[in-house]
Design a protein around this ligand. Structure first.
Ligand SMILES: *Cc1c(COP(=O)(O)O)cnc(C)c1O
Length: 400
């Protein structure tokens, strides 16, 4: 398609040719491990880049390629590449962009497994790292080691407090240093709410398991950016084998068709339910970037076109109070993950951070009574009524 289209149109048709194989309207699932050639001539044309075609399943698949082009269109990127999970995308990117003797900076609240990969694994290969507090640009500048630091990894909004990084400010710091790149994990925002490449990032990462797939039925991860950077990542995917299978790619591109619709509804429910929670006596504090009370609300308003469907809040009564409330909720399912059509609820102290002690959780800022609610696309009035009945049923009797 020519010309810059709206995100609603790009969700359905972005990156797509008018005619698909067999004149199909839906994307065919090309279920093959390898691809045949008709002649030595065709093999030469392929390897010398005169024709665009597939060769072997680990290097590419047409169903996966169609989903990649859709994501590139949504992110406003020259190209995108898909992986078998968000962490496969993170791992491949870090291994592609860093080598022994180099240094990477992460914001301290970025995805836990990303921090683990860097701190416990890449460190074994001579890649050093520094964690800087989110939003602290002076700490970011101070952590940069000229010549050695090659990558800054940040995330926005973050889990579970929905901190928002001022991406243009991060990009301005990164651009002052030759060879330094900015990778933004934009999973919580989706291209509907935030386009980091337009704000100065070099690469944008999504765990497509979350909003992009949107139905809690697949795992996938994507990276979007300049064509030459993406080509390097695709090459390494072919070496590491961190690829996405065509069935999941089909589900992903099908999910993407409703991305704009779903995220629009999730944005509306998120803000409405965040405001409703703020007025509840059982709630100590609510975190949602759309709330005026959120520490990053001004930044969020400047760089996001919607604030997302994840709301975190602290319930009275600590670990027990929050657990009783979560158990009493009926519509949201108790589960990790976020961004799908089903509302999901979890208590980070009892799920993502289960193995830590209370002291360790406190040290990294995970409140015992914290609840994370990822809104799906159910009716917002019914979700509110459900949360209200859960507060009533789980209320600790007041001490006389
Ligand atoms: C879930 C998640 C990931 C990891 O993605 P997987 O698809 O689970 O591997 C990375 N970053 C963020 C922000 C996530 O929420």
């Amino acid at each position: 398609m020519s010309g810059r289209k709206s995100l609603a149109t790009l969700s359905v048709r972005g990156g797509e040719d008018r005619v698909k194989p067999d004149n199909a309207v839906a994307q065919p699932i090309v279920c093959t491990a390898t691809y045949s050639f008709t002649s030595r001539r065709e093999i030469a044309d392929h390897f010398e880049g005169r024709i665009e075609r597939e060769e072997y399943g680990r290097y590419g698949n047409p169903t996966v390629r169609a989903a990649e082009k859709r994501i590139a269109a949504l992110d406003g990127a020259e190209d995108a590449v898909l992986f078998g999970s968000g962490m496969a995308a993170v791992s491949t990117a870090l291994l592609a962009l860093l080598k022994s003797g180099q240094h990477v900076i992460l914001t301290s609240d970025c995805y836990r497994r990303t921090r683990q990969l860097v701190g416990s694994f890449l460190s074994r290969y001579g890649i050093e790292s520094t964690l800087v507090p989110p939003g602290d640009l002076a700490a970011l500048e101070a952590a940069i080691r000229p010549g050695a630091t090659r990558l800054v990894v940040t995330e926005s909004p973050t889990n579970p407090y929905l901190r928002v990084a001022d991406l243009p400010a991060y990009a301005a710091v990164v651009r002052k240093h030759r060879g330094l790149k900015l990778l933004v994990d934009s999973t919580f925002a989706t291209p509907i709410n935030q386009r980091p490449l337009e704000l100065g990032a070099d690469l944008v990462l999504h765990s497509a398991t979350k909003y992009l797939g949107g139905h809690n039925d697949l795992l996938a991860g994507s990276l979007s950016g300049r064509a030459d950077l993406i080509a390097g990542l695709r090459d390494l995917r072919g070496v590491l084998g961190t690829l996405l299978d065509p069935h999941s790619a089909y589900l992903l591109q099908r999910g993407l068709k409703t991305l704009d619709l779903r995220v629009g509804k999730q944005n509306a429910s998120g803000l409405r339910i965040a405001r409703w929670l703020e007025a509840r006596p059982e709630v100590v504090r609510v975190f949602h970037p759309g709330l005026e009370s959120h520490p990053d609300h001004v930044t969020a308003k400047a760089q996001m076109s919607g604030f997302g469907g994840v709301v975190s809040f602290i319930v009275e009564g600590g670990l027990e109070g929050a657990a009783a409330f979560v158990d009493a909720v009926r519509i949201p399912l108790i589960a990790p993950s976020l961004g799908g059509v089903e509302s999901l609820i979890e208590q980070p102290a009892l799920m993502s951070f289960y193995e830590l002690t209370s002291e360790e959780r406190r040290a990294i800022g995970i409140e015992e009574g914290l609840v994370r609610l990822s809104l799906g696309i159910e009716d917002a009035d019914e979700l509110i009524a459900d949360l209200a009945q859960a507060f009533e049923r789980s209320r600790v009797p007041a001490v006389a």
